[in-house]
Ligand binder design. Structure first.
Ligand code: ASP
Length: 409
C-alpha cells in the first residue's frame, strides 16, 4: 500500500480521469447517475468530517498558540512578520494578474451579446466598499457561542485571540485551563489524523463530480480568460511563492511540495481553505516542521485573511469584464482594482466561491456592472480549484517564513 501522500496524488489524477469519463457518458445513463450520486455522497461526508473539527480546532489552536507565543514575548514578531508576508504576497499575486491581463487583454475580442441573456436574468446583490466594511466589522465581535455554533470563523479567531492573551496576562492563574485547551488541541489533531486516512477517497469523489459536471460549451466561450487565470495562478504558485520561500528561508521548493501536497491537493478538491485547514495544520507540523504555536496561529489566520489566488483572480476578472464591456481602465482605476481586490480577498471567507461575492465590490469600485458576475459564475467552480490550492499554499509557505523570522526564542 503506497503512503498517504502518494495515495492522495493518485486519487487526484484518477478523480480527474474518471470525472472526464463520467462526463462523457450520455446524460440519462444510469451509470452516470450512479457515479455522480456516490461521488456526492462520499465527497460531502469527507467535507462534513473536516468541517466537524474545524471550529474547535481554530479556537484551540489560536488560543493555545497565542498564549504560548505571548509567554515567550514572540507574539508581536509573529504578528508583524505574518502581516508583512500576507500583504507582500497578495500584492505580488495581483501584480502578476494586472500585468498579464494588460498584456493579453482577455475578453477584448468577445461580444457582450453572447452573455446579455445571462446578465439580464441575473440580479446582482450590490455591495459597496462602505457596506463591506460595515458588515466586516459588525461581524468581527460576536457572542462566542453563537460564532462557534454558526461557524463564523473570523469571530471565533477574534475571541480566541482575546482568550490567548488573557490566559497569559493572568500570570499563571489559568494554568489548568491552558493545559486543558492544549490537551483538547492534541485530541483534535488525533481526530484529524484519522480523517486524513479518508482523504484519498474524499478527493477522488470530489474531483469526479467536479469534472463530470463541467459545462464545456460555456468554458470554450471564455477559454482565453480561463487559460489566463490558470496560467497566472500557476505562475504565482510554482514560481513566485516557492521563490519567496527559497529567498527567505533557503528551503527548496521540492522539499516544500513534498511536505505540503496533501493540503494543496485537498484545497484543490474542496475549494475551501477553511475545510482544508485541519490538513494544513498537520502538514505544517509533521512534514514542514513548523512549531505548533506558530502554525496554529499563522494558518487559521491565513485561511481567512491571506488569499493570493483569490486576489489574483479578482484583479484579472475585473480587467476581463472591463474589456468585455469595452471600458478602458486607466492606471488610476487599475490601482483602485488593486486595493479593493486586496480588501476583498482579505474579507472573503475560505469557502467555495466566496471570491464571487466580494468580486462585486471590486467591479462597483471602478463602475463596472455587477451583473457581469453572471458571466463568471458558470466557470467559477472550476477556477476556484486552482485559486484555493494557491491560497492554501500561500498560508503554508507563510508558516515556514514566519517561523524563520519570528520563531527563534
Ligand atoms: N474558495 C476560496 C478559498 O476557500 C475562496 C474564494 O472563493 O476565492 O480559499
Amino acid at each position: 500500500m503506497p503512503g498517504l501522500n502518494l495515495q492522495i496524488l493518485i486519487a487526484a489524477v484518477l478523480g480527474v480521469l474518471l470525472g472526464w469519463l463520467t462526463g462523457s457518458l450520455p446524460e440519462a445513463s444510469g451509470l452516470r447517475e450512479g457515479v455522480l450520486y456516490a461521488s456526492s455522497l462520499v465527497g460531502s461526508v469527507f467535507i462534513g468530517l473536516l468541517k466537524m473539527v474545524l471550529v474547535p480546532l481554530v479556537f484551540t489552536s489560536i488560543a493555545v498558540g497565542v498564549a504560548n507565543l505571548q509567554a515567550h514575548h514572540q507574539v508581536h514578531r509573529v504578528w508583524l512578520s505574518a502581516l508583512i508576508y500576507f500583504s507582500a504576497t497578495t500584492a505580488a499575486a495581483m501584480l502578476v494578474a494586472l500585468v498579464a491581463a494588460n498584456l493579453w487583454r482577455p475578453g477584448a475580442g468577445l461580444s457582450l451579446e453572447l452573455f446579455s441573456q445571462a446578465m439580464a436574468d441575473f440580479e446582482a446583490r450590490q455591495l459597496t466598499l462602505a457596506e463591506f466594511f460595515l458588515h466586516f466589522f459588525a461581524n468581527l465581535f460576536q457572542n462566542p457561542f453563537a460564532a462557534l455554533a454558526q461557524g463564523s470563523i473570523l469571530a471565533v479567531v477574534v475571541f480566541a485571540l482575546f482568550m490567548g492573551v488573557a490566559l497569559v496576562t493572568g500570570g499563571g492563574r489559568y494554568q489548568h485551563l491552558q493545559k486543558l485547551l492544549q490537551e483538547f488541541l492534541d485530541l483534535l489533531l488525533r481526530i484529524v489524523a484519522a480523517i486524513m486516512r479518508l482523504a484519498p477517497l474524499g478527493i477522488l469523489a470530489l474531483l469526479i463530480k467536479l469534472v463530470a459536471e463541467q459545462d464545456v460549451t460555456i468554458l470554450s466561450a471564455v477559454a482565453g480568460f480561463v487559460v489566463l487565470v490558470f496560467a497566472t495562478t500557476l505562475f504565482h504558485g510554482v514560481v513566485v511563492l516557492p521563490g519567496i520561500l527559497y529567498l527567505t528561508t533557503g528551503k527548496s521548493p521540492l522539499w516544500f511540495w513534498r511536505g505540503a501536497r496533501e493540503a494543496i491537493i485537498t484545497g484543490f478538491a474542496t475549494s475551501s481553505s477553511s475545510a482544508t485547514l485541519p490538513i494544513s495544520l498537520r502538514c505544517a507540523e509533521d512534514n514542514l516542521k513548523v512549531r505548533r504555536n506558530i502554525a496554529g496561529f499563522v494558518l487559521p489566520l491565513g485561511a481567512t485573511m491571506n488569499m493570493d489566488g483569490t486576489a489574483l483572480y479578482e484583479a484579472a476578472a475585473a480587467l476581463f469584464i472591463a474589456n468585455l464591456v469595452g471600458i478602458e481602465l486607466s492606471l488610476a482605476q487599475q490601482a483602485v482594482v488593486f486595493f479593493t481586490a486586496m480588501i476583498a480577498s482579505t474579507g472573503a471567507p475560505g469557502i467555495p466561491s466566496a471570491g464571487m461575492v466580494t468580486m462585486v465590490m471590486v467591479l462597483q469600485a471602478v463602475g463596472l456592472p455587477a451583473e457581469a458576475i453572471a458571466i463568471l459564475l458558470p466557470i467559477d467552480r472550476l477556477l476556484d480549484t486552482v485559486r484555493t490550492a494557491v491560497n492554501v499554499e500561500g498560508d503554508l509557505v507563510g508558516s515556514v517564513v514566519v517561523q524563520r523570522y519570528a520563531g527563534d526564542e
